[in-house]
Write a new protein. Structure first.
Ligand SMILES: Cc1cc2nc3c(=O)[nH]c(=O)nc-3n(C[C@H](O)[C@H](O)[C@H](O)COP(=O)(O)O)c2cc1C
Length: 177
């Protein structure tokens, strides 16, 4: 039983989530494919889980290219999709903008793994932007008009666990669990 987890992480959140997911799947033969380092092919695996971070509403372009190039192969096997983002209330919008509808329809699960805002892990403008987003959220309590309802994002371990158990269910239903 070979499982492929394809991901990209800029400041480490996605990587932390993927590490937790692979611990949950420790009884299976899991290969991690960080698209910043290498490309592994869905056709060589029994199931695929794919996800990454959102910057300016979008997945990184290598991941978008990967999705385009290997959609056909991903449609032929169990597929789980996830995103990490700072604004969880925009999650549905990010799914619509970044994953082709046919992949979402095919996936046994599409879910947010949460997000983190870690300026200390970023550089230059990215660091500045993360500081600004953090302080906007922290100052939200000062706004009486409920102008900001956003809360500091966190990783959602229960969603990662759900991905692991749904994958196991999907493998069983195709007789490979
Ligand atoms: C340059 C930059 C742009 C970002 N843009 C968005 C965005 O448009 N929407 C959002 O929800 N989060 C945004 N974020 C937050 C990231 O999606 C969030 O920090 C996520 O956890 C990053 O995952 P990573 O640590 O694996 O890179 C942005 C972060 C950076 C650094």
């Amino acid at each position: 039983m070979r499982i492929l987890i394809v991901y990209q992480s800029h400041t480490g959140t996605v990587r932390t989530c993927v590490e937790q997911l692979s611990r949950e799947l420790s009884r299976l033969d899991v290969d991690l494919c960080d698209l910043d380092e290498r490309v592994l092919l869905p056709a060589d695996y029994d199931a695929v889980i794919l996800g990454g971070y959102i910057h300016a509403d979008r997945l990184p372009k290598e991941m978008t290219r990967y999705i385009k190039a290997f959609s056909e192969d991903m449609l032929k096997r169990p597929l789980g999709l996830f995103l990490c983002c700072g604004y969880l209330d925009n999650y549905e919008d990010y799914v619509r903008k970044n994953f082709p509808a046919e992949l979402v329809d095919h996936a046994f699960l599409t879910i947010p793994f949460g997000g983190e805002l870690k300026p200390e892990k970023a550089r230059g403008m990215d660091r500045l932007l993360l500081r600004i987003i953090r302080s906007t959220i922290q100052n939200a309590a000062d706004h009486n008009e409920h102008e900001y309802t956003r809360v500091m994002p966190e990783i959602l371990p229960e969603n990662i666990n759900r991905m692991a158990s749904m994958l196991k269910g999907a493998l069983q239903s195709i007789g490979r669990g």
